[in-house]
Design a binder for this molecule. Structure first.
Ligand code: NDP
Length: 241
């Protein structure tokens, strides 16, 4: 039977690419989202992938929905922590709410999703936990103290959990994208893209969501079991960690 993979924020952007990549690789994929019902319905209709709406920052909602997914679809063997937000402000103008929103969605979510699933993975002696960080968690970014902190925190989480779960057949890894051509990045004016962004990317172009998906599919594979606690950068050479 096909293994079940959950992709948080799997209905749009990079997450959509990951959902489609895992489906193509033979997984039974489930995608979650927060509130954009229209995008989720369109995604479900186009791809025949089941969608579940819940807030990854809410532990009780995660617990309840994960139990529902496991009873309706099957035990989740592959967890892709992809959902994430930005609330950019230079630190001297950052409000507590900007900080809390980003830490809650981008970092607390790792506990909220992984904790309810870890016991089952340990019992089955199998699991793949893959979290999507960012180049800005590796190098820092002006206006993103909150986001850079959360995205770097995700690496520490993964290295620690990788050690705890290695003997149980569970790998824990991180994929760290650079600039990917999602709606958000495509909305950047061409002049800014050409003068401020592309010159810093040695490959000379933006990445595509399916290039992140390819990396996730690679790490999710059964024969990737010797890779754990790793971070793979997918950034066109923009930052070599
Ligand atoms: P998008 O904004 O395109 O999509 C985000 C997805 O996450 C949506 O499905 C959204 O749901 C969901 N989501 C947001 N908040 C929550 C929440 N509280 N609970 C549940 N789901 C939530 O993001 P991207 O595709 O651009 O980014 C995906 C990941 O990749 C993020 O973690 C981001 O930080 C990271 N990243 C992105 C880069 C880029 O260039 N785009 C570069 C480096 C890293 P809904 O549709 O309902 O809003």
């Amino acid at each position: 039977m096909a293994r079940v993979a959950l992709v948080t924020g799997g209905t749009r952007g990079i997450g959509e690419g990951i959902s489609l990549g895992l489906k193509e690789a033979g997984y039974t994929v489930v995608a979650s989202y927060a509130g954009n019902d229209e995008a989720a319905a369109k995604f479900k209709e186009a791809n025949g992938i089941e969608v579940y709406k819940f807030d990854v920052g809410d532990f009780e909602a995660c617990q309840a929905t994960l139990a529902k997914i496991e009873s309706e679809v099957g035990a989740i063997d592959v967890l892709v922590n992809n959902a994430g937000i930005t609330r950019d402000k230079p630190f001297h103008r950052m409000e507590k709410g900007h900080w809390d929103d980003v830490i809650r969605t981008n970092l607390d979510s790792l506990f909220n999703l992984t904790r309810p699933l870890i016991d089952g993975m340990r019992e089955r002696n199998y699991g793949r936990i893959i979290s999507i960080s960012s180049i800005n968690g590796q190098k820092g970014q002006f206006g993103q103290t909150n986001y850079s902190a959360a995205k770097a925190g995700l690496v520490g989480f993964s290295k620690a959990l990788a050690q705890e779960t290695a003997a149980k057949g569970i790998t824990v890894n991180v994929v760290s994208p650079g600039y990917i051509a999602t709606e958000m990045v495509r909305a950047v004016p061409k002049e800014v893209l050409d003068t401020k962004i592309l010159p810093h990317i040695p490959v000379g172009r933006l990445g595509e969501a399916n290039e992140i998906a390819r990396t996730v599919v690679f790490l999710a594979a059964e024969d990737a079991g010797f890779i754990t606690g790793s971070t793979i950068s997918v950034n066109g050479g923009q930052y070599m960690a």
